[in-house]
Design a protein around this ligand. Structure first.
Ligand code: ADP
Ligand code: MG
Length: 379
């Protein structure tokens, strides 16, 4: 295993250390088990060399099936998959040179840590001295130096998953596929291993495809996220693009909290109707994928909603709605406010400075936001 220095820009979220990984192209990828809808339905996506791509979506949305199609564990019903422009349709899993990591570590219980990690190298007939060197390097990378002779049963869950990770990358795979690898670990350990995986991705510079249903995990780790819904990709983008510019209500709700105003009047010119009000629409807040015609709701993130006394002046140009405070919850860095919004009484959320403790349940307020911070979304 050879490692490269971390990216000189130090910016892990946009670029990878070195583009040493494989490009994975999915074109119209479909898997039909004969159920009411295909498990994977015409998925087209290009995963770039060295990219950290996450498949995010609810249970049953087709993430694992797509990963298994990439790995060659399942056969395509339609479409094609290419690694570095080479079609891999005819290649069995062991000839795709991929590292795999699953939720259950799947270590060999009768082998030591070093033997487990050496296994893929022995299979590839790597020389003994080279195996010793590579196993040493990779155990250092996952911070398990000195555990070489332990058996899996002598290790904690987090340590076992590090061994499995070491085994998955020791042979320099062209890409690493990870299917909910942190799912079995408790919250603190998960956060620690997330940071480890991010660092290891930076150091090895290989293409990572990571599956999770946890939006926070996806946002923390990924260069880009492909959001799955019913076997299709709903939207692809950087975590920031998905959070700031969701195209659909599904995307807005899946990533982060949102205040959702379902529109009763479609966009007319630069106005939009909700509960008898006419709000302004900033041109930049409608995505290219959503025309004014197809927009069905306005989404405003909690941190973009300002709350003021009901008789306060709302800034010119802002969109506003009357609201009643339902609940105020102390969250440490801020207070989370639950609101009943407008006559339609939609439940919303806002954030207040942690020190601003004057508001309480029953208070009548006005909630306002800049049209530039709202997002028009499709169903
Ligand atoms: P996810 O990983 O997003 O939870 P999956 O890819 O496992 O979703 O499953 C997608 C859909 O395909 C689900 O409806 C699931 O029940 C179905 N499915 C997955 N594997 C099989 C299989 N081997 N046979 C029949 N249906 C399957
Ligand atoms: Mg799955």
């Amino acid at each position: 295993m050879t490692t490269t220095a971390p990216s000189e820009t130090g910016d892990a979220t946009t670029t990878s250390a070195s583009p040493r990984g494989t490009q994975i192209r999915l074109d119209g990828v479909t898997k039909d088990y004969g159920l009411s809808i295909p498990a994977v339905d015409r998925v087209t996506l290009s995963i770039e060399p060295g990219e950290f791509m996450t498949f995010l979506g609810p249970s049953g949305s087709g993430k694992t099936t797509t990963l298994n199609l990439i790995a060659g564990f399942e056969t395509l019903s339609a479409g094609s998959i290419a690694f570095d422009r080479r079609d891999v349709g005819g290649l069995p899993p062991h000839r795709r040179n991929l590292g795999m990591l699953f939720q259950n570590y799947a270590l060999f219980p009768h082998m030591t840590v070093a033997q487990n990690v050496a296994y893929p190298l022995r299979e590839r007939r790597v020389s003994k001295s080279e195996i010793t060197r590579r196993v040493g390097d990779v155990l250092e990378l996952v911070q398990l130096t000195g555990r070489d002779n332990h058996y899996p049963s002598q290790l904690s869950g987090g340590q076992q998953q590090r061994v499995a990770l070491a085994r998955a990358i020791v042979f320099d795979p062209s890409a690493l596929l990870l299917d909910e690898p942190l799912g079995a670990l408790d919250r603190n350990l998960r956060a620690a291993l997330q940071a480890e995986i991010r660092r290891i991705h930076r150091e090895v510079g290989s293409t990572f495809v990571f599956v999770t249903h946890d939006q926070e995990e996806a946002m923390n780790l990924s260069d880009r996220i492909a959001l799955f819904r019913d076997g299709r990709i709903e939207q692809v983008g950087t975590p920031e693009q998905l959070y700031r510019h969701p195209d659909t209500l599904f995307a807005a709700r899946f990533l982060g909290d949102s205040n959702v105003f379902e529109l009763d009047e479609r966009v007319v010119g630069d106005r939009v109707g909700w509960d008898g009000r006419a709000w302004s629409v900033a041109p930049s807040t409608t995505s290219t994928a959503v025309s004014g015609e197809s927009a069905t709701a306005i989404v405003v993130r909690p941190e973009d909603l300002t709350i003021a006394a009901s008789d306060a002046d709302v800034p010119t140009g802002a969109n506003a709605v009357s609201a009643v405070v339902r609940d105020v919850e102390f969250m440490g860095a801020y207070r989370a406010v639950t609101l009943g919004l407008g006559a339609a009484d939609v439940t919303g959320t806002a954030r207040l400075d942690a020190l601003d403790a004057r508001l309480g349940p029953g208070d009548r307020v006005v909630a306002w936001w800049s049209p530039a911070r709202q997002r028009l979304v499709a169903a």
